[in-house]
Design a protein around this ligand. Structure first.
Ligand code: AP5
Ligand code: ZN
Length: 210
């Protein structure tokens, strides 16, 4: 299976991915996680991407298409993959289609996570992440067992630099302007998910859609 998760910042893409990954043996490819790792490692790509990310703007199509192009060739991605946060522009979607066509495959489903903007503010400002695994928590909706500490590794949780109300405004604007056209691009493959519901409810909708 080749599945795309599309939706605004804080809609729950990263939260639902591990369950999907486990249930369908898919690999999880999140361009945001890949970019944050490159920023932390201060690679040339990371240094270039950081400016746009801190401003809540999109990184160039070239950079993210390059990252995904390499990732889909990983042996563990042979069964299929979940794309989390990619494609985010119509150009990225076209490049992805070309890449998959060459491999004799195609996207099966696009899950469109729908959440009203006001709900996203609380989701994003209350979030904590474990950078090494990409796991996310929330002060109110998904608190860790010990505040500030990852349940699995015991390592400290951190805030994402772009998780503040101001940068969120820019990220939402980028989503509405550049990413919503991607939903139309995939029309016939799109299933809407009401992602403003509790996590278990969202997971059930996804199971139904696949
Ligand atoms: P990226 O990391 O992809 O960020 P995003 O799209 O803004 O999405 P988030 O990670 O913020 O949200 P999520 O949907 O994963 O939410 P989560 O599950 O954590 O991208 C970051 C930046 O990188 C971009 O701004 C851009 O600069 C760049 N970039 C990345 N990909 C790119 C691309 N393809 N092209 C160009 N640039 C790119 O949930 C959020 C919170 O809510 C958590 O605290 C969680 O615990 C909680 N929560 C989750 N589900 C529920 C629920 N059902 N009920 C209550 N709380 C919930
Ligand atoms: Zn995410």
């Amino acid at each position: 299976k080749h599945v795309i998760l599309i939706g605004p910042p804080g809609c729950g893409k990263g939260t639902q991915s591990p369950k999907l990954k486990a249930e369908h043996c898919l690999c999880h490819l999140a361009t945001g996680d890949m970019l944050r790792a490159a920023v932390a490692a201060k690679t040339p790509l990371g240094v270039e991407a950081k400016k746009a990310m801190d401003a809540g703007a999109l990184v160039s199509d070239e950079i993210v298409v390059g990252l995904i192009g390499e990732a889909v060739q990983r042996p563990d991605c042979r069964v299929g993959f979940i794309l989390d946060g990619f494609p985010r522009t119509v150009v990225q979607a076209q490049k992805l289609d070309e890449m998959l066509q060459k491999r004799g495959t195609a996207i099966d489903r696009v899950l469109n996570f729908v959440v009203p903007d006001p709900v996203l503010v609380e989701r994003v400002t209350g979030r904590w992440i474990h950078p090494a695994s990409g796991r996310s928590y929330h002060d109110k909706f998904a608190p860790p067992r010990t505040p500030g500490v990852d349940d699995v590794t015991g390592e400290p949780l951190v805030k994402r630099k772009d998780d503040n109300a101001d940068t969120l405004k820019a990220r939402l604007a980028a989503f509405h302007a550049q990413t919503t056209p991607v939903v139309d691009f995939y029309k016939s493959k799109v299933v809407d998910v009401a992602a403003d519901k509790p996590q278990a409810d969202v997971a059930a909708q996804i199971r139904q859609a696949l």
